[in-house]
Design a protein around this ligand. Structure first.
Ligand code: SAM
Length: 287
């Protein structure tokens, strides 16, 4: 079977199975060959790769990954797509479809059972309503993932990739860049999907670092510090860090001074290094 990424091939599969698109499941299928190639390049796909895909749809990207990678496990929530995928992926015995909700499934268990324990790459055109929880699940749950190459809404890619003191810089930027080097892989305007969504998209590569770049004594305190700092963006750090709930104003002042950060600055101006230093000082008060 040829590629499924033309509009005609996608329509044929959809019509043959009388498939009804679900808006609430974020079903916008990719119909652009070039973007598929860019995703494969961005993921630096090779024959030793073990891939997890979230939301294979009718299998457009899944097929192309199956032709190259060692194994692909594709997790799809919509049971009406399962018979379609059985057909479109029939010739690829290294591809397995799992009918589950990505947010509920035990990803580590799947990797142990079906992908030899990993390491894995997450490569997907994600359902947009749950992009952030999916990416954070992979980053925070100690899943052995080396690269995340995903199609996301342009605004989310901008936030993941943002630098300090820009309007897009926030807790998501810090969380992603704490673990990963980021790379914009490709642009995908809305006309490259069927049905057309009302947003444009970007393929972003998040390459998880082998070694930690930031010295953080207590990750829980680090992420709480970041959250509190961005919680009230208009406030100075001296005020917004009150949101942590366990520091007096004097202690906040002391921590900021020790980290060499002016108390009048706002959270959105802090680099990740500065957040790390600040959270290490705050951590000294937490025990
Ligand atoms: N990969 C296909 C493509 O590029 O054409 C489809 C991508 S579409 C944007 C998102 C896919 O994610 C749909 O197939 C949808 O059914 C699936 N999906 C939505 N929510 C999901 C969830 N919680 N767990 C797993 N898959 C989900």
């Amino acid at each position: 079977m040829d590629r499924l990424s033309s509009h005609r091939a996608t329509k044929e599969v959809v019509n043959k199975h009388n498939f009804k698109f679900s808006k609430s499941l974020g079903q916008n299928f990719l119909i652009d060959d070039n973007v598929i190639d860019r995703i494969l390049e961005g993921a630096r796909l090779s024959e030793t790769d073990r891939i997890i895909e979230v939301g294979p749809g009718i299998g457009t990207l899944t097929r192309e990954m199956g032709k190259v990678a060692e194994n692909v496990v594709a997790i799809e929530i919509d049971k009406t797509l399962i018979p379609i995928l059985k057909e479109t992926l029939a010739d690829l015995d290294n591809v397995e479809v799992v009918n589950e909700d990505i947010l509920k499934v035990d990803v580590q268990g799947l990797i142990n059972e079906k992908l030899n324990g990993g390491p894995v790459k997450l490569v997907a055109n994600l359902p947009y309503y749950i992009t952030t929880p999916i990416v954070m699940k992979f980053l925070e749950e100690d899943i052995p993932v080396t690269d995340i190459v995903v199609m996301v809404q342009k605004e989310v890619a901008d936030r993941m990739n943002a630098k300090p003191s820009t309007k897009d810089y926030g807790a998501l930027s810090v969380a992603v860049q704490y673990y990963c080097d980021t790379e914009i892989v490709a642009k995908a305007p809305r006309h490259m999907f069927v049905p057309q969504p009302n947003v444009d998209s970007i393929v972003i590569g998040l390459h998880v670092r082998d070694e930690k770049k930031y010295v953080v004594d207590n990750e829980e305190i680090f992420f709480k510090t970041v959250k509190a700092s961005f919680g009230q963006r208009r406030k100075t750090l001296l005020n917004s860090l009150g949101g942590l709930g366990f520091l007096s104003k004097d202690e906040i002042r002391e921590a900021l001074q020790a980290a060499n950060i002016d108390e009048k600055r706002r959270g959105e101006t802090l680099s990740i290094d500065e957040f790390a230093n600040l959270s290490n000082e705050i951590n000294k008060f937490s025990s």
